[in-house]
Design a protein around this ligand. Structure first.
Ligand code: NAP
Length: 404
């Protein structure tokens, strides 16, 4: 029987030695990935703490699995379990394509106000990459998860609502939109921007990383994207004045060198940032981004280090965190014990870090690095790595455990 994680002051979790952690294995390949992940995490925790600590998994349902059982894609009981236990992990969930269906992933983020999508991007030596020096990429993206295009405020072309909004736009701006336009609204708030940037700067401070970059399209969108940048700088000055220094200050007052112990806050326009991550990736460490730019950047950077199959992720709010594989359900491989569990396993390592169980997290990451280094990998990597020994999904889990 597990114990409950509680949430204390200063965004601190109080984690017992046997925490209950809800798990959504997910749809499609999710259950295979989860089986491998579970064995790896349990082996790492046992090896690190010799039985003093252990996770009590609580399996809950969402997605197709839940629909088949109780006729709902996101049952209230599953949501309540995550609310109660605070930290959870999930495999991929399928999103049926159809009118009016709201993705369960998006619902979970919305219901729990998981406002920061956190994606560490780092190359594992040996993983095939399309760029020449993937080892230069070592960044963490903090992407705003609740506003911007994820706010979901849209009206169909030709609808009465679209006509009403057009009339309002005409009244407020004097501009006439084409009558056959669909209309979407892009809200970006000071509150939403600053809580995201706060998490990004806290991460840089805690991990002694030298820079945080605010990425935006503020040259075109003054009151949303440029405001995100402005509010980010303001927050850095007011809440992190003792550790943060702006790029302008670094050049004006410190001869272009970041003073010891400081985090440099800089900003880049989103299109230029896509060039920067290819041309000078080692100059960037933490990126804070509004939703849509962050969405593109997360997948582009994942591709740079070898693809989504190995990219971990988390959705984090105040007092709640949901760790997840970043790829989909790959339905054609369902039940074949074939797919790469790397993304879910590395997400579980992020979760162990978040619990403060860093020793176990390191063992997991070492195990993956050593298995890939020994070229013992699943089909997706094996087909790109000459001389690799292809193993199944569960076989990859075992290979990791043997090499922790
Ligand atoms: P997908 O499930 O990510 O799969 C596309 C292809 O990516 C697979 O056929 C496979 O390529 C490769 N792939 C994905 N995961 C892999 C893994 N763990 N190991 C090895 N290869 C992997 O994308 P999709 O087909 O577009 O989406 C399927 C369903 O997933 C949809 O219902 C979608 O809504 C959902 N989805 C869920 C999430 C989420 O829960 N976070 C995210 C994205 C999509 P090869 O065939 O070339 O081997």
């Amino acid at each position: 029987m597990g114990q409950t994680i509680t949430y204390g002051a200063d965004d601190k979790l109080i984690v017992p030695d046997q925490p209950t952690i809800p798990v959504i294995p997910g749809d499609g390949i999710g259950p295979d990935l989860w089986n491998a992940t579970r064995t790896v995490v349990e082996a790492a925790v046992t090896k690190a703490y010799g039985g003093k600590r252990a996770v009590a998994w609580l399996e809950i349902f969402a997605g197709e699995g839940a629909f088949a059982k109780v006729g709902e894609y996101l049952p209230k009981a599953s949501l309540d379990a995550i609310r109660q236990y605070r930290v959870a992990i999930k495999g991929p969930l399928s999103t049926p394509v159809g009118k009016g269906f709201r993705s369960v992933n998006v619902q979970l983020r919305h219901e729990l106000d998981l406002y920061a999508c956190v994606r560490p991007v780092r190359h594992i030596p040996g993983v095939p990459s399309p760029v020449l020096a993937p080892e230069k990429v070592d960044m963490v993206i903090f992407r705003e998860n609740t506003e911007d295009v994820y706010a979901g405020i849209e009206w169909e072309a030709g609808s009465a609502e679209a006509a009403e909004v057009m009339a309002l736009v005409r009244k407020l701006t004097g501009k006439t939109l084409r009558p056959d336009s669909g209309i979407g609204i892009k809200p970006i708030s000071k509150t939403g921007s600053q809580r995201l940037v706060r998490r990004a700067i806290r991460h840089a401070v805690a991990h002694k990383l030298p820079t945080v970059t605010l990425v935006h399209k503020g040259n075109i969108m003054k009151y949303t994207e440029a405001a995100f940048r402005q509010w980010g700088y303001e927050l850095a000055a007011t809440e992190f004045g003792d550790v943060a220094v702006t790029e302008d200050e670094v050049f004006a007052k410190h001869g272009g060198k970041i003073p010891a112990g400081r985090v440099m806050i800089k900003d880049r326009i989103a299109d230029s940032m896509f060039q920067q991550v290819l041309l000078r990736p080692d100059e960037y460490h933490v990126l804070a981004m509004p939703n849509l730019n962050g969405d593109y950047m997360s997948d582009a950077l994942a591709a740079q280090v070898g693809g989504l199959g190995m990219a971990p992720g988390a959705n984090i709010g105040d007092g709640y965190a949901l760790f997840e594989a970043t790829h989909g359900t790959a339905p054609k491989y369902t039940g074949m014990d074939k797919s790469n569990p790397g993304s879910l396993i590395l997400s579980a390592a992020m979760m162990l870090d978040y619990l403060g169980w860093m020793e176990a997290a390191e063992l997991v990451r070492n195990g993956i690095q050593n298995a890939v280094g020994a070229k013992v990998v699943t089909y997706d990597l094996a087909r790109q790595m000459p001389g690799a020994a292809e193993v199944s999904c569960s076989g990859f889990g075992q290979a990791i455990i043997e090499r922790m």
